[in-house]
Design a protein around this ligand. Structure first.
Ligand SMILES: Nc1ncnc2c1ncn2[C@@H]1O[C@H](COP(=O)(O)OP(=O)(O)OP(=O)(O)O)[C@@H](O)[C@H]1O
Ligand SMILES: [Mg+2]
Length: 361
């Protein structure tokens, strides 16, 4: 994980006030052109660092009240994209419109509609949660008359009202994370970016974070762009997904749309070296026979596996299983190295990128 240039609160120790604090007013107040207009419309976002293009033409559309999972392995370009989408980093190319407001042309107006929960926690540990939120309310120039009420509301959303006057240094990682989320809510943004909000968070806090996201969507129609490495988590929470790697969008759609091309099911076979030796045509022959039943990947071995893992997205699982059983019976091979599964986001990831979502870059 690498720091993102100019990300407003990416330095963990000292929470910096946003340089150009958006003057916060009440929610709404945007020329969004009707209910169907997207709350976020980004096109062709590109960022180069030196001669490396780390975000390479990403486009993104988020509707009102939509929770979008922004997924990719380490170094995929998620945080850099978020920094550009939130006005913390200037893109080399591309445009961002927030509820119809052009971020480059009217940054203050656009930023007023956005909340950002940064990947790194940025709070004053020696202050209480409420004092931290007062700091942020001031930094965001929330009108004085609204501050008390908004701070109480944000604390309630993240379920910290009863601990609000304890010092943040006494909080668990999960509680600190929730204060960080509360800070991003004070001006009631239309669109909330959450960059890995559950890393290092205990199960209870994680559930409270999910509840908060759903409440914001249901009560305020807030849209959320949610970044995470935990696939089961985003499968539960998000309406739609955008999968990125190498700074590009590899796939986008609903769960059903994304998983449809994966076929009926997945069959993984990691035969041992001794098992392969019994096959007249070895790994190649085995791969050729399985490939008749769908799309086959030959993955390099991971720890504990045999020489390779054959990964089949089967068109008809029953036919594939029949073939596998036949091969095993003909050559006296055991079936212990076989795993069956339904397609899920993790398997989509492996299919698209050839690596697990949690592998390093
Ligand atoms: N300020 C910078 N200068 C140079 N390279 C950078 C800078 N910020 C990010 N990068 C590089 O850009 C690539 C994308 O980084 P980014 O932080 O956007 O990835 P990410 O998808 O958020 O990863 P993670 O899951 O680890 O948070 C990485 O290879 C990173 O090293
Ligand atoms: Mg990141």
């Amino acid at each position: 994980m690498a720091p993102v240039e100019a990300s407003a609160a990416a330095t963990a120790a000292a929470p910096a006030a946003p340089e150009k604090a958006p003057a916060a007013a009440d929610q709404a107040e945007a020329p969004d052109g009707g209910l169907d207009a997207p709350v976020l419309l980004a096109e062709g976002l590109t960022k180069r660092f030196g001669d490396r293009t780390v975000v390479d033409g990403i486009s993104l559309r988020v509707g009102v009240g939509e929770i979008v999972g922004f997924l990719g392995p380490n170094g995929a370009g998620k945080s850099t994209s978020i920094a550009m989408l939130t006005g913390a980093l200037r893109p080399d190319a591309g445009t961002v419109r927030v509820a119809g407001v052009d971020l480059a042309a009217e940054p203050r107006r656009a930023k007023r509609l956005i909340g950002v929960v940064p990947q790194e926690i940025a709070l004053y540990p020696s202050l209480t949660a409420r004092q931290n939120l007062r700091f942020f309310a001031g930094a965001y120039r929330l009108p004085a008359g609204l501050r008390r009420e908004r701070i109480a509301w944000a604390l309630d959303v993240v379920d910290l009202a009863d601990r609000a006057d304890d010092r943040v240094s006494a909080y668990s990682g999960g509680m600190q994370r929730r204060v960080n989320i509360a800070a991003a809510l004070l001006h009631r943004p239309r669109l909330l970016f959450m960059d890995e909000p559950t890393v290092g968070v205990d199960a209870q806090s994680r559930n409270q974070i999910f509840e908060a996201v759903l409440r914001l969507r249901d009560e305020l129609g807030m849209a959320v762009v949610y970044t995470s490495h935990y696939m089961p988590e985003v499968e539960r929470l998000c309406d739609r997904f955008v999968v990125v790697d190498g700074g590009r969008v590899l796939a986008a759609g609903t769960h059903r749309e994304l998983l449809r091309p994966l076929g009926e099911g997945l069959l993984e076979w990691a035969p041992t070296g001794a098992e392969l030796a019994r096959l007249p045509d070895g790994l190649e022959g085995l791969a050729a026979r399985l490939a008749r039943h769908g799309d086959l990947q030959v993955l390099p071995p991971s720890a504990g596996d045999g020489p390779a893992t054959l990964r089949l997205r089967a068109g008809r699982m029953s036919d594939a299983l029949h073939e596998v059983a036949q091969i095993a019976a003909d050559h006296g091979i055991g079936l212990g190295g076989i795993r069956l599964g339904r397609p899920d986001l993790e398997s989509l990831f492996l299919t698209l990128t050839g690596r697990h979502v949690r592998d390093g870059a």
